[in-house]
Design a protein around this ligand. Sequence first.
Ligand code: F6R
Length: 591
Amino acid sequence: MCGIIASLSYSDNVSKDLISALERLEYRGYDSAGVAYLDDNSSLKRIRTVGKVQHLKEVLEKQHIKAHTGIGHTRWATHGKVTESNAHPHTADGVAIVHNGIIENYQELKKQLVNEGYIFESETDTEVIAKLIASHIKTGEQFFEAFQKSISELVGTFAIVAIYEKEPDILLGAKKGSPMAVGLSPDKQSGYIASDAVALSTLANELAYLEEGDIVVVRKGRQLSYEIFESNGQSIRRETVPNKVSLDDVSKKGYDSFMLKEIFEEATVARRTYEKFNYDIDISEFDNISIIACGTSYYAGAVAKYWIEDIAKIHVDVEIASEFRYRNPVFAKNSLYIFISQSGETIDTLCAMRLVKEAGIKTLALVNVDTSSIAREADFVLKTEAGVEIGVASTKAFVAQILSLLMLCYKNIDIKAVELSINAVLNGNYDFTRLANKIKNSRSLFYIGRGVSYPIALEGALKIKELSYISAEGYPAGEIKHGPIAIIDENVYTMALAPYDKYFDKTISNTQEILARNGKILLITTSDAKDLLHGIDKNDNVECVFLPPNSPLYLPFSLTTFIHLLAYYTANAKGHDVDKPRNLAKSVTVE
Ligand code: F6R
């Protein structure tokens, strides 16, 4: 959450690089954006705007800025409202900083700095960092030493970059808990520090990732260079890796949104994940499997529980990372712990994984970004092949996750059948606009399903709420009568996932119970069940959608693509920004 970028260049055009990086970082937060730079006279200037990066871009374009040194930030608010004064960068006596993370001891530091005479202008935890560095400079420290000392006084998680008007030829960065990469332009005329490879996709071909506690200095000499220091102050070489994010990955390729483009990639992603899957872990060696994740990744784990228990006959627990890490878990003997994360940066999943590692248990990470913190810290890594996912709502990554998990327990996958199920939805004649218009004004929505369709229902409800802002619940179809049925009336739509499988009749009975209470049903079933609907399809309160029949193993793939498209069209019908839903950010690096 929050995207950070810093640039130092022999050219005076850093504002262009900052803004292009911020546009690509926007998926990390879009409450406000800002830049600080050193002008021709090395004097610090700052521009901040509330809202999306586009506003900042418009303001910057009018100013024809010439600068060799600058930093930028796109914010997902943690401490303090979405206002210009809370927007980053924060400054003090010629120092400017941007920050991703949370400073837990900011109240104590603030008190101390107020006593020194500093006046605070924001409600953020971040502002203390700028003032702290300035306060150390005041006591005679050089910028680097002042930065280093300040970092050692911070408690919390952070990726921070700083510039200082009296030392215009360096950028400083520090990482603890939040990701940070450093790289140079191919002609070595510019150097960058950023939150991720996506930010630097058009700027740097090779990147080094900072490790916990590292500080990086980018400096001008005869050439631009950077140096990384470990927390003990020792200079250290961190491996450089190619920046694999291409321009293609960060463009919409003619679609109106990244989300739609990414849903339309689901079949290709499934094929690529299948072809590149090369992991010989033999899960039958384990007595238990625990899967830990957040959000959509957690639902992928919940899908896998049905498959692994059914096919491999191994007990599987699935747990939300933020709950797991704060209880005192009992580790079952001979267990495999799998951590699922698209970004590989979700702090709760990362910390849960560290807890398991501390207990001396081997960890397997299923991630989409192989340079991410979770990938780098796990004992074993299985990479999903979803490619860069930019839409804030995870779609194609979920498909890659469930397919990878299926491949862990089932070796004879018919990938053509998987592709066909997804493509049948993508290329079918489903009138999503009409369906979306039917459900978009519901007071609340339910998604119900049984068996493996239940976690898909959870994923469907999450997608609807995060994109359409309609209260939506995923529920086991058989459980609805144990309370939630009280909500049902003519203003509530229920999406019933009832493909023709062993649960079909039971789910149909549950939809009858809802219809008896005047609820409305969107029945998502398969065409081989057409003659088995007992007249339910004739009911005025029922709308039926028929997906192609398939082996029960592959039905979750067509259901997934369907619920993703329905969420996209519903949000669109409500006029929402599907790529940047309100209040959210893609990479959740705060607790
Ligand atoms: C929902 C969504 C989130 C993420 C969750 C975990 O559409 O995208 O719920 O799934 O924040 O993120 P990762 O997988 O990056 O750990």
